[in-house]
Each structure stands twice: as structure tokens, then as C-alpha cells.
Design a protein around this ligand. Structure first.
Ligand SMILES: Nc1ncnc2c1ncn2[C@@H]1O[C@H](COP(=O)(O)OP(=O)(O)OP(=O)(O)O)[C@@H](O)[C@H]1O
Length: 260
């Protein structure tokens, strides 16, 4: 079975254990095809990050079943099939972009051959378009470049599944558009399963094969929308009437808390 396939059923999550009040996620089912780009879109606090971590086997639900590649999530985590790109890049300030990108690979290899980690990181930096910046320190990088190093750090491990928790939320609008184009290219080039969390309707449509819209109290999926816009997509797609129609539909679902 393909290691990028994820299925989850009957997911319930309560922080504070079985007896705690309202669940954060309630009776949630989701299937994610291997190699697809899937977005979790919803208002603040609806449980997007929690669901992301559960789907990647980084958090155990209170009840329900998760399978990654048809196996228990712990197997995929152990085999380093899961990469995580957090909201903030969290780079080590005293290490260069290349050293930061190689860090997880090196640690995962038990501190094995440094040359292998450097090679994996160089390739990952090339994928994110940062070959030239490998010797720069984090303070010499723009916000977009730092986030690309963070993506490279995850890609260097060559995971089948990439979890991205609103990675571009802190970037300005122009850089964010550039990053979305770059990410779409990386996804097309690598064939990874990407699960992406965002508040942005435009970002969700631009990137995704499928958008899962979440509601809150309790967190659940209220609608699943397949995005049938041709690929590769460029910024021109924002003016496409089909894009506008998807946008209207998603806005209706998220109101009154809709965000652009
Ligand atoms: N470790 C935790 N312990 C207790 N409560 C938590 C924990 N993690 C998340 N929660 C709660 O679960 C709910 C969902 O949080 P989560 O971060 O998954 O939402 P989100 O949709 O990703 O929010 P945002 O868009 O603001 O990042 C929130 O009410 C949050 O306070």
C-alpha cells in the first residue's frame, strides 16, 4: 500500500482525557489519497492543527482509528515518513541555511555520516530554490527565505507525507503568493502527500486538490470541496471565474468568520 495514503475514522479528541468537556474534534472521518495536496481550512480554534498532528501520527486521538499506508501511524513516524513544517521556521541562529536544512537528517541518522546529510540538504535547498543562500545565517535571510529553509529541512528527510501548519501565515501577501507558487512546484516535482493548514480561502483554492472545510464547537469537517482547476496554476488563476465560484462557496461556508 502507498505510504502516502492516510485514512482516519471516528476521530474524537478531548484534551484533558476521556471525561473532559466538549471534544475539540468530534466523530471525524477523512481519507487522503497518496500524492494529493489537501488543505484543512477553518476558523481559529476549530482544531486544524490538532487534526493535522493526528493525521500525521504525531498526536494520538482520544478515540478513533488512523492508518498511514494501511499501517498504524507509529510505523510511519518511526520510518520517518512524516515531515512537519511549523508556523515559524525556528532555525538555529548560529547555523547556516545549509546546516539548518541538514540538521534533522543528521539527528535522524543518529549523527551518522555528515556528508550524506549535507547532500540531502543541498538537494532540498535546490528544490526550494535556495542553493545560492546555503552559507547565509538566519538573520541574513528574509522571512520567505527562512520559511523555505524550514521546508528544505523537512524535505531533506524525504518523507512521503508533509504536514504544513499555516507556514506562510506570517508573510506579506506578495511573498506569500510567491511561496504558494514555489510550493505547488515542489509538490509537483516530488509527488508527496501534503496536508496544509490555512485560514486563507485564496491560498486553499490555489494549492489544493481537495479542501476540507472545518467548523468549530466541536471541530468537524462541514464540507469537502474538490478543486478542479487545471495545473500548473499561476497567479492568473485568481481571475478565473471558476476560482471566484469556489471562493464564494468557501466564503459562504465560513461566514461569519470568513477570511480572505
Ligand atoms: N495541547 C493542548 N491542550 C489543551 N487544549 C489544546 C491543546 N492543543 C489545542 N488545544 C485546544 O484545542 C482547540 C483547537 O486548537 P487547534 O490549535 O487545533 O486549532 P486551530 O484550528 O489550528 O487554531 P488556529 O487556527 O488558531 O491555529 C483550541 O480550543 C485549543 O485551545
Amino acid at each position: 500500500m502507498d505510504s502516502g495514503l492516510i485514512s482516519a475514522s471516528g476521530i474524537e479528541m478531548r484534551f484533558g482525557g476521556e471525561s473532559a468537556g466538549q471534544p475539540v474534534l468530534d466523530n471525524l472521518d477523512i481519507t487522503i489519497s497518496a500524492g494529493s495536496f489537501v488543505t484543512l481550512l477553518g476558523p481559529s480554534g476549530c482544531g486544524k492543527s490538532t487534526l493535522l498532528k493526528i493525521l500525521g501520527g504525531l498526536l494520538d486521538p482520544t478515540s478513533g482509528e488512523v492508518a498511514i499506508g494501511g499501517r498504524p501511524p507509529a510505523a510511519a513516524v518511526k520510518e520517518r515518513q512524516i515531515g512537519l513544517v511549523p508556523q515559524r521556521p525556528a532555525l538555529l541562529p548560529w547555523k547556516t541555511a545549509l546546516q539548518n536544512a541538514s540538521m534533522l537528517h543528521h539527528i535522524a541518522g543518529g549523527g551518522g555520516k555528515k556528508a550524506d546529510s549535507t547532500e540531502a540538504a543541498s538537494h532540498a535547498l535546490e528544490l526550494v530554490g535556495l542553493t545560492e543562500a546555503g552559507d547565509k545565517l538566519p538573520h541574513q535571510l528574509s522571512g520567505g527565505m527562512a520559511q523555505r529553509v524550514s521546508i528544505a529541512r523537512a524535505l531533506a528527510m524525504d518523507p512521503a507525507i508533509l504536514l504544513m501548519d499555516e507556514p506562510f501565515g506570517a508573510l506579506d501577501a506578495i511573498t506569500r503568493d510567491e511561496m504558494n507558487e514555489k510550493l505547488a512546484e515542489i509538490w509537483a516535482a516530488t509527488g508527496k502527500t501534503i496536508i496544509f493548514v490555512t485560514h486563507s480561502i485564496g491560498e486553499a483554492i490555489f494549492l489544493s486538490d481537495t479542501v476540507h472545510v472545518m467548523g468549530r464547537d466541536p471541530g468537524r469537517i462541514i464540507e469537502t470541496l474538490d478543486i478542479e482547476l487545471e495545473r500548473p496554476r499561476t497567479r492568473d488563476v485568481f481571475g478565473d471565474p471558476t476560482f471566484t465560484a469556489y471562493s464564494g462557496r468557501l466564503r459562504d461556508l465560513l461566514e461569519p468568520k470568513a477570511m480572505v
